[in-house]
Design a protein around this ligand. Structure first.
Ligand code: SAM
Length: 232
């Protein structure tokens, strides 16, 4: 039984793709994709020995060794040119770690048409990266599972350079338009959290560093509240 989070990630993988799942852990996602006939072949990449062994075991149990290659490798080094990978999934890590994987392995993305990324936190880092590296946000999704809120970002190669505003980079251009109840909940939680941090900063000595971090947060709270308060 796949988590709702990974099921939603799976939905964004183009039918018939050759997919690489980076940081695959138990390889649940590639197994699900192949077993349901959603992709032709898959690569499962893991940098840590334990999860790599779990992934191999899972693939053997499902008798999918002919369709899924499990590799012990850091980031996109798990992708070999002869794989012909067309889509990459990276799920369950922080946005900045996903960005560092994409940045380090950017040469391995040749031939890749779509990135399906599910950052646990700080999705903004991914939108910033996309904008700076010739990818567009193609679609976005937000969901809640076990009281945790997750975002999924689907990136495709940019034909024209679409420039996102500061608020769009922070909150997501499509998610902002959609304004789902989960989206509203996420940003209410975030801004409440930031307000607490600001209050605690105000109670300490105002060094230049604290002041600048505080101003950053106050600015972000303003951006978020503008969206939350704008009913249309
Ligand atoms: N993708 C699965 C999911 O969403 O449920 C597993 C998420 S798990 C929290 C993160 C996995 O990424 C861990 O198994 C970790 O070993 C792996 N990982 C972290 N950095 C990595 C890297 N640079 N290359 C490959 N795997 C990495």
């Amino acid at each position: 039984q796949l988590s709702l989070r990974l099921e939603r990630v799976a939905k964004h993988v183009p039918k018939g793709a050759i997919v690489a799942d980076i940081g695959s852990d138990h390889a649940y996602l590639p197994c699900f994709l192949v077993l349901n006939g959603m992709v032709k072949r898959a690569v499962a990449g893991e940098v840590v020995k334990g999860p790599f062994e779990s992934a191999k075991k899972q693939v053997q149990q499902e008798q999918l060794e002919n369709q899924i290659t499990v590799r012990l490798a850091s980031g996109l080094a798990a992708i070999h040119p002869e794989d012909g990978v067309t889509a990459v999934t990276i799920a369950g890590m922080g946005g900045p770690l996903i960005v560092s994987i994409l940045t380090e392995g950017i040469a391995r993305l040749e031939g890749v048409e779509r990135l399906i990324l599910q950052p646990n936190v700080h999705a903004k880092a991914i939108r910033d990266w996309a904008q700076q590296n010739g990818w567009n946000v193609h679609s976005e999704e937000i969901l809640k599972e076990n009281d945790k809120i997750y975002e999924i970002l689907v990136l495709e190669r940019a034909e024209a350079n679409s420039v996102l505003t500061e608020t769009e980079l922070l909150m997501g251009p499509y998610l902002m338009k959609e304004r789902s109840p989960v989206f509203i909940e996420k940003w209410r939680r975030e801004s409440a959290q930031w307000k607490k941090i600001v209050a605690s900063m105000e109670a300490t000595e105002q060094t230049v560093e604290i002041l600048s971090r505080k101003n950053d947060l106050v600015h972000k709270i303003q951006l978020v509240e503008e969206v939350l308060n704008n009913e249309n």
